[in-house]
Design a protein around this ligand. Structure first.
Ligand code: CAA
Length: 258
């Protein structure tokens, strides 16, 4: 990995970890940070030695959102020229699973970044919110759409129109996060979960992620057809033969990723 300025990267077995690293700005997502994050995720996505990724911040903040100081004087055309939305969209094209390990603030674009991930492990101190209304705008990286799909209209309206924060236990109750653990354990828990997924049949993991995410884009009939095609496709992999052979022979499968 190159020397990044706004993120740190490290690998844990088959898991690639990205730490957002602007602690003095509560990991505000300036353009350079987003570009580095995308670059690192793409590198892990292309690396056969990596099976899953974790994005984290620090105990106080996963991220307090887009960098307000960077955006304050921007015009609409500046934002278009910077290709701001494009960067966010490209994170959703990463094919391997991404887990957000969230502690403290996950606000604005920070909340939206967590929502772009496939699973979320939260510490007991995690808080999710879309405070853009307090600075005269609305979420711009998917919050109005993804929160509404996950939480429903009533709660999404409160969050977006009236700066309602969700604490970790509420986020768990509403299905926004997968699990909540004590703050000392949130990163280890996320790494362990990522490690377990990374040890599974790689092509099946990738197609499973794709099929679930397509449920947000397609009608039920189209989604079922997409799932069916992916299911059949897996029967062309060596790993399907290996997995079913190992089950029948009562031994552990050895995945090849093809
Ligand atoms: N952008 C830029 N800088 C930020 C920031 C942000 N989103 N959030 C915090 N910071 C900076 C602060 O300016 C401060 O810097 P200085 O020390 O240089 O003054 C530093 O981080 C620490 O922040 P605070 O002193 O404010 O810390 P606090 O603990 O008192 O408050 C907070 C924490 C409630 C999260 C508060 O920082 C806050 O409200 N931040 C802004 C949250 C927000 O509105 N996010 C939405 C951004 S817009 C967006 O994300 C659009 C989108 O959809 C893509």
């Amino acid at each position: 990995m190159p020397d990044y300025t706004d993120i740190l990267t490290e690998t844990h077995g088959r898991v690639g970890l990205v730490r957002l690293n602007r602690p003095k700005a509560l990991n505000a997502l300036r353009a350079n940070l987003l570009a580095e994050l995308l670059d690192a995720l793409k590198a892990y996505d292309a690396d056969d030695a990596i099976g899953a990724m974790v994005i984290t911040g620090n105990e106080k903040a996963f991220s307090a959102g887009a960098d307000i100081k960077e955006m304050a004087d921007a015009t609409a055309v500046d934002l278009m020229d910077w290709g701001l939305s494009d960067g966010w969209h490209r994170i959703s094209t990463i094919r391997k699973p991404i887990i957000a390990a969230v502690s403290g603030f996950a606000l604005g674009g920070g909340c939206e970044l967590a929502l772009l991930c496939d699973l979320i492990v939260a510490s007991e101190t995690a808080q999710f919110g879309q405070p853009e209304i307090t600075i005269g705008v609305i979420p711009g990286a998917g919050g109005t759409q993804r929160l509404t799909r996950i939480l429903g209209k009533a709660l999404a309206m409160e969050m977006v129109l009236n700066n309602r924060f969700l604490k970790a236990d509420e986020a768990l109750a509403h299905g926004l996060v997968n699990r909540v653990v004590p703050v000392e354990r949130y990163l280890d828990e996320a790494l362990q979960l990522a490690g377990e997924i990374a040890a599974r049949a790689p092509v099946a993991v990738r197609l499973g992620k794709e099929a679930i995410n397509s449920a947000y884009e397609l009608s039920l009939a189209e989604g079922l057809a997409a799932e069916e095609r992916a299911f059949y496709l897996l029967f062309s992999t060596e790993d399907q033969k290996e997995g079913m052979r190992a089950f029948v022979e009562k031994c552990a499968p050895e995945w090849k990723g093809r």
